[in-house]
Design a protein around this ligand. Structure first.
Ligand SMILES: Nc1nc2c(c(=O)[nH]1)N[C@H]1C(S)=C(S)[C@@H](COP(=O)(O)O)O[C@H]1N2
Ligand SMILES: [Mo]
Length: 449
């Protein structure tokens, strides 16, 4: 199987649509063309890197394009200027609902979450309306004029802040991923071959968040130096509340956010304010935030004595498994897609709650041999990166898989390694390498390695 690591051209490399007589190219000719294109792309790699575009020219040069736009529709007057731009009518993007691990597309009334369409997105930033949602008791639409944030406990000056108070404080904006600890949970025990990557991995999203650093609020309230834990509580009916250890990592990264992707938070994501705890399980990022309490030990809410504990093979439960460990997934080709023989653009996302992504590798032979994928900059702290690689599929059944490494040297485990320590009873923090099988017809399915 031929591998080349040159960036894929931004064209459909395989049999572009031609004007004029019907396309009589056979599959074999196409395969040869693709091999030629791959060769010329490889040859021109240095040129491509020096001057963007050389690889594209090489790819375009192979099957001649007809020099006419005769079959392109005529120009027509457009819609009037609008107050909110809509997606193209040719584009369908939506989250999907889930009621329990792998039970998908349920009536929204029964759903506990909805998942991001990772298979249909590009780059790294998730549009706000497609950010996955996990709400334990619905999404209240709070009145910002009446909402307050109380900061108390081991502090010198307890304070009650309204939204304008927060907005008057120094702010920061940062790009961070957010991931539910349940992401990947459908694959703990078995691999349903009908699942898409949205269904297996859609409980992760990435945004630009803006708000006030926690460390600043701690100064305002005069938090006692001996405080080591913080309780964060939401204003929703369930009153989701979590204890967060005041580690250096937390003190430097946590925000009380009021904006997401440039606009005020949307109600489903915590309007008018939420905690953002980068790199840690999503449930710590308390939405509709109304209380921060400082103390010397965890507050032992039911969310951490029961709900978010992790059942180990020994039958004991682990409490406070907070970090979202290094992870990656190939988003294309991925579950239920169909590929054609020839040149492919393999692409996906990688992220780590421990810091920056250092490397992403991919395998097109089920993990026997690995190649380094190209990472699109910027590579940011606790942020997703997009990786890409060019691959020529020879039409034989195989398996593709990715593996990320973070700057701390953590390597995404394969399934066997993860299960060796966690067993199969665990529900959260499934970050095993994701394998997609490709059959002789080019059909792509979710499998366990
Ligand atoms: N108050 C409150 N905060 C909450 C939740 C909730 O139900 N209520 N869900 C948590 C969980 S489990 C996750 S994964 C994230 C999801 O945030 P999102 O819905 O904006 O994606 O919010 C967390 N914060
Ligand atoms: Mo979650």
């Amino acid at each position: 199987m031929a591998i080349d690591d040159t960036p894929a051209p931004h064209t459909r490399p395989h049999a572009p649509r031609r004007a004029g007589p019907p396309d009589t190219t056979t599959q074999d000719e196409d395969a040869q063309t693709c091999a030629l294109m791959a060769d010329s792309a490889r040859l021109s790699r240095r040129k491509f890197l020096n001057a963007a575009g050389a690889g594209v020219a090489a790819a375009l040069a192979a099957p001649a394009l007809a020099e006419t736009l005769a079959d392109v529709p005529p120009r027509v007057p457009g819609d009037p200027i609008s107050l909110n731009s809509k997606r193209s009518t040719h584009v369908a993007l939506a989250r999907i609902t889930e009621s329990s691990p792998g039970k998908l597309n349920v009536d929204p009334v029964l759903a506990i979450n909805s998942k991001t369409p990772l298979d249909k997105l590009e780059g790294t930033v998730t549009p706000s309306d497609l950010h996955y949602e996990r709400s334990h008791s619905g999404s209240p639409d709070l009145d910002p004029a009446r909402h307050r944030l109380l900061i108390h406990g081991m502090v010198r000056n307890p304070v009650v802040l309204a939204l304008p108070d927060l907005k008057a404080m120094p702010s920061l904006s940062r790009l961070h991923f957010m991931e539910c600890s349940g992401n990947g949970w459908a694959n703990w025990k078995k691999a349903d071959p009908t699942l898409t990557v949205q269904e297996t991995h859609g409980l992760v999203s990435m945004h630009e968040w803006a708000g006030v650093p926690l460390s600043y609020l701690m100064e305002v309230a005069g938090v006692d130096r001996d405080a080591t834990w913080m309780l964060a509580e939401g204003g929703d009916a369930a009153g989701v509340a979590r204890s967060i250890p005041l580690t250096p990592d937390v003190l430097s990264d946590v925000l009380v956010a009021y904006a997401q992707n440039g606009e005020p938070l949307r109600p489903a994501h915590g309007f008018p304010m939420r905690l953002l705890v980068p790199g840690m399980e999503g449930n710590l990022s308390i939405k509709w935030l109304r209380r921060l309490k400082f103390g010397k030990q965890p507050f032992m809410t039911r969310w951490e004595t029961d709900r978010y504990t992790q059942l180990l093979p020994s039958g004991k439960s682990r409490q406070f498994q907070l970090y979202q460990e290094v992870n990656s997934v190939i988003t294309s080709p991925s579950g239920t897609m169909r590929i054609e023989r020839g040149r492919q653009r393999i692409t996906g996302l990688a992220w780590s709650g421990r810091g920056k992504i250092a490397k992403v590798e991919f395998s097109t032979d089920g993990g026997h041999s690995w190649h380094v994928a190209r990472i699109n900059p910027p590579v940011l702290h606790k942020a997703q990166v997009r990786f890409e690689a060019a691959w020529t599929w020879d039409g034989k059944p195989t398996r593709i898989v990715s593996r990320a490494t973070d700057e701390k040297g953590n390597v995404q485990p394969d399934r066997k390694t993860l299960l060796a320590t966690m067993g199969e009873n665990a529900l959260f923090h499934y970050n095993a390498q994701q394998t997609w099988a490709i059959d002789a017809q080019g059909g792509v399915t979710n499998v366990l390695a």
